[in-house]
Design a protein around this ligand. Sequence first.
Ligand SMILES: Nc1nc2c(c(=O)[nH]1)N[C@H]1C(S)=C(S)[C@@H](COP(=O)(O)OP(=O)(O)OC[C@H]3O[C@@H](n4cnc5c(=O)[nH]c(N)nc54)[C@H](O)[C@@H]3O)O[C@H]1N2
Ligand SMILES: Nc1nc2c(c(=O)[nH]1)N[C@H]1C(S)=C(S)[C@@H](COP(=O)(O)OP(=O)(O)OC[C@H]3O[C@@H](n4cnc5c(=O)[nH]c(N)nc54)[C@H](O)[C@@H]3O)O[C@H]1N2
Ligand code: SF4
Ligand SMILES: [Mo]
Length: 725
Amino acid sequence: MLFGRNKKNPIKIADKKVTEWKTSVCGYCSTGCSIEVGVNADGVPVSSRGAAGADVNRGKLCIKGIFEHELFKSAGRGTEPLMRNNRHQDYQTVGWDTALDRMGDEIKRIQAQHGRDAFAIVSTGQIMTEEFYTLGKLSRGVIGTNNYDGNTTLCMASAVSGYKRSFGSDGPPGCYDDFAHTDCLLAFGSNLPEQHPVIYWRLKEEMEKRKFPLIVVDPRVTMFAQFADMHLPITPGTDVVLLNALAHVILDEGLQDEDYLFKNTTRPNDFEKVLEDYDPVTASKICGIDEDTIRNVARLYANADAAMSIWTMGINQSTHGSDGVVGINNLNLITGNVGMPGGGGLSITGQCNAMGTREWSSCSGLPGYRILENPEHRKEIADFWGIEEDFFPQKRGLTQTDIFPAIETGQIKGLWLIATNPMTSMPNTARIRKTLENLDFLVVQDAYKDVETTQYAHMYLPAALWSEKEGCLTNTERRVNYISKLTDPPGIAKPDHEIFSELATRFENGKKIKFPDNTSDIFDEMRELSKGRLLDISGMSHEKVKNAYGLQWPMREDADKGDQRLYSDGKFQHTDGKAKLINLPFFDNNEQPDEEFPFWLNTGRVVEHFHTRTRTGKIGNLNKFSPTPYMEMNPDVAQEMGITQQSYVRLVSRRGDAVILAQLTSRVPRNMVFIPFHFHDCVNRLTLGLLDPHSRQPAFKQSGVRIEPIDQKTAARLNAESRDF
Ligand SMILES: Nc1nc2c(c(=O)[nH]1)N[C@H]1C(S)=C(S)[C@@H](COP(=O)(O)OP(=O)(O)OC[C@H]3O[C@@H](n4cnc5c(=O)[nH]c(N)nc54)[C@H](O)[C@@H]3O)O[C@H]1N2
Ligand SMILES: Nc1nc2c(c(=O)[nH]1)N[C@H]1C(S)=C(S)[C@@H](COP(=O)(O)OP(=O)(O)OC[C@H]3O[C@@H](n4cnc5c(=O)[nH]c(N)nc54)[C@H](O)[C@@H]3O)O[C@H]1N2
Ligand code: SF4
Ligand SMILES: [Mo]
């Protein structure tokens, strides 16, 4: 009775008995959707919906946001601190004082024996901005280690580095409203409909109102590529060559904005000369995009009244990530688009607060985009915190991707991981496992105690999650949003900032520096430190941010709202006030497919899951839509190799192997496979993760692999074990 079904059983929306809707902001990706969580008469969160009044999402949410309230009852949460003397013992439950006393003692012991930098801290892009600022105070001002970084090195480091090189400072210049003004949009290595569905929806709405060309550069036929007017299936890792070629055509055909270039930029004498090598014919042989298409795109971009570029991990996660970002900036400077409505570049950020850590965590320097290398900055912050200026190092220490090798070689003895899961998210899992085993003391501070890293730790600290605490997150378009507290954390788990403040009291400097109790007072300190700076938030308060569903920085004292764009006046943050055009000579250092490992291994994400699945892996509906790890493989090649749909194969790289289900699809070319990275003991067993020289970000998307047949029964068992959560 197929046809009668609808009539008999119409879809009913279950009445969740919501008595009140409370506003917060989504804690997954950096889109920054305002969310309303419905609570029932007992105060239990039972439903989520998009906040209609919020400019960012205008009532929409993606599938992750729709089920976000279910996080509060998810399995695997940590409720009490856990401790043990070594990895072979069982954990004992302890109180906070016992845990933090021991942690303070261990840090002091390691620092006394091996130097201050022998204790390292690696944090995240997923705690609140006030927590980042507090952690920065603790790491830089109290514990005093220079080996302090965030997992944003796996994510946004290339964007940061590229912005700094071109414009003199970090800070994405554009905003979502640019979609309403642009006449041409070029997207590099971003799968917007799956990874930032609500930003994509904003873009699509504008494209429907006012048709403008959308060009997607991605080696895969992603959902975004399918929706595009032009898809440029680039050879992996060669975006810089394409960008140089676009600049070459624009200068060659005299399409540049001379007036803008003259007033607002400086360039090396041999800028044009270096670009000469990247004529469309030569470039097409390297990047795989034909010469006519290169010329066509260059003309479209340069002739559009306003043209903009967005990009995500296809650019950042590359050995040329920072250069790719500079190439995009070069293109926008040459065409005079930076800071224009509908023009310029907008890095689409990853984690919900990857921006907050860049702004306030002091990972790469000192708070408020200050740098350790500047003596005035060191003095300002030392005075503000009330400590000696020479407590600070005079230059930045190791990044996350250099901290792990320094543990391997014994230079670093202790590590504190805060809201990050390198056992699944870093390249070369086997090497990371050995590295963690090398530590004298490892502390894992996470909302979930079943995160893989706790197996290697000496101490686990249970943290409050998302709306179990209150404070701010900054989204992709520099909008500061407010997380409200909707429920208490489980057991005696605490907000991260409280853990930081309490640990601080175990140290000498912790007695000198003030650590405010609540995030509103912490925000006031940040506001004070931001006055007159590029990221001025002095016109904001928690109350104002909350009421407005987010405010963009810069927002100066007395302003009603923030600026939509940066650099609209053509003034940049380099000392001469100009932006820099930079030469980008290309050399190919990626691991290339060869006879032994004939396929490119490309990695990324699916819409249902977030990163290492400590959260989304516990949500029933998300797991139903995306239950298993899989590999996209081209059907023609599969047929030649005798691999059938949904059979298991063994993938082998120079690092290791993994067993995985083949999904045959023409989304990938013949010489490529694609695997989402969400599943433990899967794709990062294989990846190389060669580092970008400027940003130290790993090239997660370019490795060589081979495919081997495997006994199907054994494979099914291995596969089931690897996702046994
Ligand atoms: N559902 C969901 N959404 C998320 C996340 C999540 O885990 N799940 N994570 C968030 C985070 S932290 C991030 S960083 C973003 C990531 O967002 P995206 O970067 O959009 O996602 P990815 O799938 O990692 O990679 C995007 C594309 O880069 C392409 N690519 C690979 N190599 C190259 C290349 O050499 N050049 C070019 N041009 N493209 C290439 C891949 O084929 C892929 O389609 O998503 C955020 N949003
Ligand atoms: N192969 C491959 N690997 C990749 C990528 C890729 O594209 N391909 N992408 C890279 C990118 S862009 C990123 S951003 C990284 C992400 O990598 P990770 O950051 O390591 O992954 P997550 O699963 O997001 O880990 C965050 C952890 O924080 C915990 N958590 C959440 N909220 C809180 C909180 O408020 N407090 C505390 N203390 N803990 C909390 C979560 O439970 C989770 O364990 O992965 C990188 N790895
Ligand atoms: S698009 Fe991003 S911020 Fe919006 S609901 Fe989805 S995961 Fe949350
Ligand atoms: Mo990311």
